[in-house]
Structure formats: structure tokens, C-alpha cells
Design a binder for this molecule. Sequence first.
Ligand code: COA
Length: 191
Amino acid sequence: MHVTREGTADWPIRISARRLVIREGTDRDRGAVIRLMTDPVTREYLGGTVDYTSRQALELSPLGLTWGRWVVCLADEDTMIGSISLDYDRGEPQLSYALLPEYVGHGFAAEACIAVLDWAQKNLEDDHVIAVTQARNKRSVTLLKRLGFTVRRGLEEFGAQQLLMERPLALALPEAEEVGSTGPQATASYR
Ligand SMILES: CC(C)(COP(=O)(O)OP(=O)(O)OC[C@H]1O[C@@H](n2cnc3c(N)ncnc32)[C@H](O)[C@@H]1OP(=O)(O)O)[C@@H](O)C(=O)NCCC(=O)NCCS
């Protein structure tokens, strides 16, 4: 597959993980996409919920066309539980992710990040993958550290203290099961 900063003609790209499928968004994901952008818990460290105009745009815009923007789904029922993306807005591949609140705390973000980073290792030629997260977003910072990211520098953006974190693209990836703080747990309680 030939991937450039503008993307690849091979989009959409689907990635499989143990419990998850990472795929392009479709019209049937629209309700979950809108909830992800408007849920106050999910948006707490992402600048708050999107405004009315952005929400209207989400109602109408085609989904799944933009390179590097995936939805994260439970593999067995194809239910969207969150989103994950890689973009080159800062000149390097930047990893971002969000889960709907009821799916937080089950290792799904770690599993999705490892799957996308594994894909990136095989297909991108950059030196590093970066991530920017609010310093007080404890869950996100913990996840990034467990994935092997370290702080490159702090920055102030959108009125908040942010950490710009980096990870050598070629660095070996942990197993998804190794990333949880208390090891594998029952995954049924989100239902
Ligand atoms: C940031 C965010 C994705 C982290 O989600 P998360 O579920 O905590 O992340 P992980 O996938 O690493 O899961 C770790 C948790 O799952 C638990 N877990 C359960 N089963 C697990 C398994 N099989 N493997 C790993 N962890 C598991 C871990 O013990 C840990 O829970 P704990 O912290 O309560 O002990 C989530 O809080 C979120 O969507 N926030 C809103 C959006 C956001 O802020 N995004 C950041 C933008 S950069």
C-alpha cells in the first residue's frame, strides 16, 4: 500500500483487533458520531461539546470519506463505541481517540491504539507518531504512557495546558492485554 501525507488511494482501510473492528464511518454510525461530539463526559478535555452549527453539519455530512478517520466498533456486533484517527495537521502523524462513556475502562482504547499503531508501523515512513492531550486528562495521559509515548514538550492551546507526546514509530508495541493497569477484566459490564 502506498501512503503519503495526503492519504492513500486504498482508503477505506479496515483494521481488525481481538475484540474490535476499526473501519470507516457509515451512515448507520451517525447517531454514535453525534453523541461522541456532544457528550459532556467525552468532550470534557476536548474543548466541550460542539456547537449547534457543527452538530448540524454532522447531521448532514457524508461519513467515512476522510483518510485516517476511523470508527471503533465491537467486532461481534459492529456497534460503534468510539473513534480513532491519524492526521498530519502538525506535520507528523498524530493519534487521537475517544470512546463513548459506557465503553471507558475496558481496555478498548488501548486495543484500538495498538492496532492503529501496528498498521502505522507497517505503512508509514515517519520517525514518530505524536499525540496531544490536555495535561489534566489523566486517562488519556495514562494510556499514552502505557503505549510508550513520552512527553516532548508542553504547550498551551485552546486555553488549556497540553502535552505533546511522541513515540518512535518503530518502537515495539505492547500486547493489548499488557496495557491495562489491573490486567484483563470482565468486559460485559458496559452492556
Ligand atoms: C482517553 C480514553 C480513550 C481512555 O479510555 P480508557 O478506557 O481509560 O483506556 P484504556 O483502553 O487504556 O483502558 C484502560 C482501563 O481499562 C481497564 N481494562 C479492562 N480490561 C482491560 C483489558 N483487557 N486491557 C486493558 N485494560 C483493560 C484498565 O484496568 C483501565 O481501567 P482503570 O484505569 O479504571 O484501571 C477515554 O477516557 C475517553 O474516550 N476520553 C474522552 C475522549 C478523550 O479525552 N480523548 C483524548 C484525546 S487525545
